[in-house]
Design a protein around this ligand. Structure first.
Ligand code: ADP
Ligand code: MG
Length: 241
């Protein structure tokens, strides 16, 4: 059975899609079969995988009976993915669960990339998930909203959430300009699973070969995150802080 994980945040633009793709590709590099499902109408997954031109059908077309699942299921950079429909009109959580149940036997991990906030997109992205990863940058507003998203996920039945701190900058954290990592953990009440450093190569990842490349500063952090998601006892990387 696949492990189904929703990747969420309260605030937008904190790196959910980057983390979804980085984690997905790291899991795939270790031999896992990985499916990414985009739940954000902005459709960043196919773009960041450099496969926007390949998309003809999305998962909405599948659940609404407009195409076969094989027509919407695409592959890029070692992972499979479904693009997001332009609207959720007429789409229910039950249909999403049915789609993911259908895909489940073919994958080891299914990562559902949620949109920002706690609206319909999150409800659908969480519909089949057993666990959640909430992403925050190390600042108070972001951490509070991640905490809120974790609570919302709990009320949607996703009881187990882990926190990823993204875009951590050593010098800022040292000078206490940003929230200290320990404060972040305390204020979310959600256990930390990874710290991903600020990586200038990720800022342009959509245009320059993508996320999770060996020459990127964040490469090892994603490898370690994948190890922990797989239940291995990989120490948390505090080294660069
Ligand atoms: P979200 O899915 O939460 O909206 P994205 O993954 O699209 O966020 O990331 C938003 C922007 O931040 C993108 O331009 C992305 O390249 C950049 N970004 C994400 N993570 C990092 C990082 N660790 N270092 C540098 N830039 C990052
Ligand atoms: Mg996104």
């Amino acid at each position: 059975m696949a492990k189904i994980i929703v990747v969420a945040s309260g605030k937008g633009g904190v790196g959910k899609t980057t983390v979804t793709i980085g984690l997905g590709k790291a899991l795939a590099a270790g031999g896992a079969r990985v499916l990414l499902v985009d739940f954000d109408h902005l459709r960043s997954v196919d773009l960041m995988l450099g496969a926007a031109e390949d998309v003809v059908f999305d998962w909405g077309d599948v659940v609404l009976g407009r195409c076969a699942v094989e027509e919407a299921l695409l592959q890029a950079q070692g992972v499979s993915f479904f693009a997001c429909p332009p609207s959720y009109d007429g789409i229910t959580a039950r249909q999403v669960r049915a789609l993911i149940t259908q895909a489940e036997p073919h994958f080891d991990y299914i990562l559902c990339d949620a949109p920002a906030g706690i609206g319909t997109g999150l409800v659908l992205a969480a519909a089949a998930a057993q666990r959640a990863i909430v992403v925050a940058t190390p600042d108070l507003v972001c951490v509070r909203s991640a905490c809120r998203a974790a609570r919302e996920l709990e009320s949607l039945g996703v009881k187990s959430s882990r926190l990823v701190i993204n875009r951590a900058v050593r010098s800022d954290i040292r000078r206490k300009r940003l929230l200290n990592i320990d404060d972040v953990i305390d204020s979310t009440g959600v256990q930390l699973i990874a710290i991903i450093p600020e990586d200038k190569r990720l800022r342009t990842a959509g245009m320059e070969g993508g996320v999770y490349l060996r020459n990127q500063l964040s490469y090892e952090a994603f490898t370690n995150l994948a190890g922990r998601v797989q239940g291995r006892n990989v120490p948390l990387m505090y080294l660069f802080i």
